[in-house]
Write a new protein. Structure first.
Lengths: 440, 480
């Protein structure tokens, strides 16, 4: 793949005229997908896919193009040349963009992570025996992912990784479920079987008859996976500088009214674990660690180079959509062994589902409980709960009602596959919150 | 630049001892244009082109999605798909035969009078820029945007049992958006909610004067919302406009009736359903005023087509008739697995994904009430337009929606504007509270380009059309 990208880059840059710039971004994968239902194979297949994105800049106009890379150089270079001709013509028709971002050569990078992966033909035999006797449903994704970026000034980045993920649910006959997500680079059969064994153990708690709880406010523990979903909302009309400037961010109260969250709440963008490339689609490289919220105070927003020009602030080389790519939330002092006791009477939520802003300006988020969620009383788990809707503000649950933060952070890998397999992960601890609002 | 592919020649290049082989070619080009705050922020065109090779081996399907559309590429892909299927066939969830891919020959083309190129990049930018100027009715509009994305999609399906289907689509997504702010009081108004204005038609839609009039209205309503009272809280009647009804239908009917969900395929991702296989023909889903159809024939609706991605011919069918659940959203595979009647809804997002049960056009058929009739029945309630927030549980029961714009209804008349109108409920009780269905004059055709589902994940286009509707005794509430 890298060779294909290099050949296309070299040839397409030679097509440019004076005063023209071109940024190329490459996004590809060679993946296996196996979908399971009732511990059997529902669908299985392989996907080879790669796209080349082109950003053409001329006369203060920016036009983009893109095409599927077939792997045949003659076809691909013809597609690329055709795109340049089209973009050149279009750049003469459209209005000037005063905030167009020009390419730079700030240095190149090259990162390839080879792994001891599970061969495609061995996947089913490796995965299914551990699930024996279980109602297991989920998705196996495995293979190589490629990201590249180059510009006509000579800058070039390449990132290649090989990884797997089994994102799954185990289901009881009464339809209670436990979630698992086993992901990594090097396949280890023993680790996989141990992980599944732990999931089976959690499932035994779900065999108790679910209890229906009333709407109201509850002392609530959120496991790391649930906290990760809350942090994910910061990427959608949240911590983006453009969103704040355009009046559609839930962070407005922090920016304009100096509202602070809990001193126990700190979040950084942290590229040091290497879950995803440090470069963005413009080829700009982020600093390894960027403090966003420090002890409850908004320190930085995510600022793309375009926002920097438009709003007269400094860029921190965020992706153009100004979303989190590798967030890390600082841990606290509460040990997992003490969580149930600290809840005393309230809720233990392993996962949450289908979040949305219900009042963006107020920071209010609605969603639902899902998977292993329990009613706790007298410091003991009583039973799973029936699904409940919540609606509360992060200014509350990351603010004055944040009681404790877990002393250990967990990695929640990005397993979404819209368009193609995603990279990245959210690293965060669990949290204990007071007076969390259940509404339906 | 679209390559001409000889699909029958490629099919003949496949040399594997499969029960069945199918090739599905998809070419899709997206051409977005967007003006935000007076400057162009998106102008371009990107396309994807590839083939999904699918084989049936020992009752198990296997696939290989490839951009290599040469005879050698397809032959190699078929061999790898065969190997995947053969291994999996020893652990198959269901053993299919060739009947899962019915044989059909036919074609479809979107109806339009003006193609994409009839409106140049420059002309479209001019219209969008002028629309922006009409959105910015005040300095309190802190951000405004106008956008159009044209989608051209070609689908060709050939199979070893004789299917030969060609479908050509021309579609667009269009939106106007204005955000007014006064400190942390911020309100956004759009043209039909979250990209709800999406249609299958050509550039004839872009009547500049109509667009500018709508832009002006949207800008003014955003300003109006800044000083509006919050929506009241309590149990009251709600009159819901088509551009919110579309998401109500989508979330609390469409997804719930997908047969692959009911069969459990989606339990690890999108979720299950409160609907059970035995509910079809028995469950009173809503009031007798409720008639829901799967309608791939409605002209200009976003997800109209003649065949699904498994080659099944599509036709209009009632899913819910007079409130009674009569049919599920299940394509041929789901019909075989479940024994239920279904529809042609086995769809894939692209050449790199296998088809699954999806919505297409799911509509609420018009009733007999005029808009004024609906309002006049309400003693105290709220009229709501344009979705801005949505959420529902994994069984498709407990939902909550937020809208952009509301009007208080008092003693049968709309009075003042209210901001942050929200409501929540549970699917069956909510639909049983349907008290009035608007007539064809209140009917609106909308859709969404972003329906997510499936593992691996797929985002797909769906259409929803509905009249304005009245629901009684709903939990309504406002902002913080």
């Amino acid at each position: 793949m890298e060779q294909i990208f290099n050949q296309l880059s070299e040839s397409l840059f030679s097509e440019l005229n004076n005063g023209e710039n071109l940024i190329l971004s490459f996004d590809g994968e060679k993946s296996q997908f196996i979908r399971f239902n009732h511990a059997k194979v529902r669908q299985t297949g392989l996907v080879d896919d790669a796209d080349l994105g082109l950003k053409f800049i001329s006369n203060n106009r920016s036009v983009h193009g893109g095409f599927t890379v077939s792997g045949n150089f003659d076809i691909d270079i013809a597609r690329g040349k055709s795109e340049i001709i089209r973009m050149r013509l279009e750049a003469q028709e459209i209005p000037e963009d005063p905030f167009v971002v020009f390419p730079k050569n700030a240095g190149s990078s090259h990162e390839i992570k080879l792994a001891n992966s599970l061969p495609f033909e061995n996947a089913i035999d490796a995965l299914l025996p551990a699930m024996s006797g279980m109602d297991f449903v989920g998705i196996w994704a495995n293979g190589n992912m490629f990201r590249g970026n180059a510009n006509n000034l000579g800058q070039k980045h390449w990132f290649e990784t090989e990884s797997f993920s089994l994102d799954y649910s185990l289901v009881t006959p009464e339809h209670q479920m436990v979630k698992g997500s086993f992901a990594g680079n090097d396949w280890n059969q023993g680790e996989y079987e141990s992980y599944v064994k732990r999931s089976r153990g959690k499932l035994s708690l779900m065999e108790r008859k679910p209890v229906k709880i009333d709407t109201g406010k509850y002392r609530t523990w959120f496991e790391s996976a649930a906290v990760s979903d809350f942090l994910g909302m910061f990427s959608w009309n949240g911590i983006s500088e453009a969103s704040l400037r355009q009046g559609c961010s839930g962070f407005g109260r922090m920016r304009h009214d100096d509202i602070r969250l809990s001193p126990k709440f700190s979040v950084i963008e942290d590229f040091s674990p290497g879950f995803c490339p440090k470069f963005n689609s413009n080829g700009e490289v982020s600093t390894e660690k960027l403090s966003l919220i420090e002890n409850g105070e908004l320190k930085n927003t995510l600022v793309s180079s375009r926002s920097a020009k438009e709003y007269g602030v400094e860029s921190n080389n965020a992706e153009s959509g100004e979303y989190l790519r590798s967030p890390y939330m600082a841990s606290g002092n509460l040990n997992q062994n003490n969580v149930i006791g600290e809840i005393g009477k309230g809720l233990y939520l392993s996962n949450i589902h289908y979040l949305n802003w219900s009042d963006n300006a107020g920071g209010r988020i609605t969603g639902l409980t899902r998977y292993a969620c329990f009613w706790v009383e007298n410091g003991e788990i009583v039973a799973p709960i029936e699904t409940m809707r919540f609606d509360d503000s992060f200014y509350n649950f990351f603010g004055e009602r944040l009681l404790e933060v877990e002393d250990k952070s967990s990695v929640n890998p990005e397993v979404e596959t819209y368009g193609g397999r995603s990279l990245g992960a959210t690293t965060c601890p669990g949290i204990l919150v007071d007076d969390f609002s259940l509404t339906l | 630049m679209k390559l001409d592919i000889n699909m029958k020649q490629l099919l003949s290049a496949v040399d594997v001892p499969a029960q069945w082989v199918g090739l599905r070619e998809v070419y899709e080009a997206h051409t977005p244009r967007m003006i935000r705050d007076g400057v162009p922020v998106a102008n371009g065109r990107a396309f994807t082109h590839g083939i999904m090779v699918e084989v049936l081996v020992n009752g198990q399907f296997g696939y290989y999605g490839t951009p290599n559309m040469t005879s050698e590429g397809i032959a190699s892909a078929a061999k790898k798909a065969y190997q995947q299927a053969e291994i999996a066939s020893h652990h198959a969830n269901h053993q299919f035969d060739e009947s899962a891919r019915p044989s059909h020959i036919g074609s479809y083309a979107s109806p339009f009078t003006k193609d994409r190129e009839s409106l140049s990049a420059g002309n479209l930018n001019d219209i969008l820029l002028e629309a922006y100027n009409h959105l910015k009715v005040s300095n309190k509009i802190v951000s405004a945007s106008s956008l159009c994305q044209v989608i051209e999609s070609s689908f060709r399906f050939v199979s070893s049992n004789g299917s030969d289907i060609n479908q050509e689509f021309l579609m667009f997504e269009f939106d106007l958006s204005a955000t007014a702010a006064d400190g942390t009081n911020q309100q956004t108004r759009t043209f039909g909610g979250m990209r709800g204005t999406c249609k299958q038609m050509g550039m004839e839609y872009f009547d500049k004067y109509e667009i500018l009039a709508n832009a002006n209205r949207i800008g003014e309503q955003a300003i109006e919302l800044l000083t509006a009272d919050d929506c009241p809280t309590g149990e009251m009647d709600a009159v819901i406009a088509p551009d919110q009804m579309m998401l109500q239908i989508h979330e609390s009917i469409g997804h719930a009736l997908e047969v692959d969900r009911i069969l459990g395929d989606e339990r690890n991702y999108a979720g299950w359903s409160f609907v059970k296989l035995e509910d079809f023909g028995k469950l009173q889903y809503g009031s007798k005023l409720m008639n829901i159809t799967f309608d791939p024939t409605l002209e200009s609706e976003f997800a109209s087509y003649a065949y699904d991605d498994g080659g099944l011919k599509a036709s209009k069918e009632h899913l819910i008739k007079d409130g009674l659940l009569v049919r599920g959203l299940g394509g041929q595979e789901s019909q075989i697995r479940s024994g239920l009647n279904g529809v042609a809804n086995f769809r894939a997002s692209n050449w790199n994904r296998a088809p699954i049960d999806r919505m297409a056009n799911i509509n609420l058929e018009p009733g007999n009430s005029s808009f004024d009739d609906l309002i006049s029945q309400v003693e105290y309630g709220v009229y709501m337009e344009s979705n801005k927030s949505w959420s529902i549980d994994d069984y498709r029961n407990k939902f909550q929606f937020g809208c952009e714009y509301g009007k208080l209804i008092e003693n049968g008349k709309m009075t003042k504007t209210v901001k942050n109108p929200n409501y929540r409920g549970i699917s069956n009780p909510f639909w049983r509270s349907l008290k009035g269905v608007g007539n064809v004059d209140t009917f609106g055709i909308y859709g969404t380009p972003n329906c997510g589902k499936g593992e691996p994940n797929q985002v797909i286009r769906v259409g929803h059309a509905s009249p304005t509707c009245l629901f009684e005794n709903i939990q309504v509430f406002g902002g913080v």
